[in-house]
Design a binder for this molecule. Sequence first.
Ligand SMILES: [Zn+2]
Ligand SMILES: [Zn+2]
Length: 424
Amino acid sequence: MDFQEYEGIFRKYKDIFQKYEDFFNREKYPKFSLESYLPMDEEVCVCLIGKHYKDCCKKKLDEAIKFRKENFKLVEEELNQLYFQKDSKLISHKIEEKSVNKKSISYCSAHEVFGDCNHDDSIVHSHTLSRGNVLNNLSSGNKVIRFNDHKVPDVETLEKEISKFYSEVPIRKASVTVSFCEKHDEELFADIEKDGNTDYSGTSIQNIEYSLKAITFDIYYRIMNIFYMAELISENKYATCNSDGSQSEYFRNYHNSVKTLFRLHPLMLKMLNELKQLKKQEVESELETIYFELPVDRINLSLSEVIEFEDIFCYVNVINSKKPYIIVSYYKDRKRIISIDKLKQQYESCNDKNKQLFYLWNFIKELLINAINIYFNKTAFNKLSDAAKVYLYIVHREGIADIPFEWQDIHDAEIMGILYETSS
Ligand SMILES: [Zn+2]
Ligand SMILES: [Zn+2]
């Protein structure tokens, strides 16, 4: 395949996904059986070109399952070629490049609620981490560190080549999406971005603005992921099955991505509506916010992310706004999040600074496991031993379930030491 001329899926659905109304139209995405997770025959095909599944990829995929069972070795070789290419040739990389840099996935998130957007052409690259409070305050030499989301190889390879699993990015390229027009990107985040407004004081309006950063990132990322799935099926017809012909996680993951996208969309609208009213001082926000002011000068990581706790979507931000804060917001439709309330209580009733930081650490580890939109200070990160970097990567990619406690304790202490920074 000639990757130089890669237009991939973006050429195919240029007419189908053009504007906000397209990206947030449930009818443009496939539907799946809730028992088997197989795509429904009379709904849009997983390749997203708009035809019904049964008239599009179904036959090809069914045949691929049969072929894979009978030609095990041949298929594995083909797949290895596809998955072990240089970064720049991986489908995920190409999709990100096209979506963000070339703006193939672009819309203004405020379109439906605020309206009156700048003309389409002015959809800008926006930072889903606030530029001042988060990125500038986190960076050293205008650079930050992020995880490279490769599959985790064996630990030996990871140890030998650990530098490949992190990259250094200039802050102008960190955490970028194309999800606001220029006007709304400026207007909507005035209370956390504008000079003089950058101190965090826990106002409703600030909490909503930070939450909006988190949810708009997550939604953009999910749409990108769905497009990745659509492209994967075009390049690798074996993606839907395991080597023995059984069903892989593909359809299930696809189903979950679409489902989550359309669970998050109304929450984003609710947030935008509240923000609109709040700017006119007309309402109380229903958003529940719990924040932790850290007893250190700085925290050497930042993130803005939607993470589920106790089946409720939470909008989590870690920032350095003069003081460092962890801010967790959510809409409590039915209930409060007990584990976070407990943590807050424990945290507030404790006078020992080190104990406080220790309590928070388990929560931060939870964030490390779940976050995608997460960045580290470069100078601090470079102080970590290679062993700690390996550990951090495994925690991020696979969680802590398989890591022995002693190993966790040793590395946690080292990582805490560099993430929590005090000048004295
Ligand atoms: Zn298709
Ligand atoms: Zn707009």
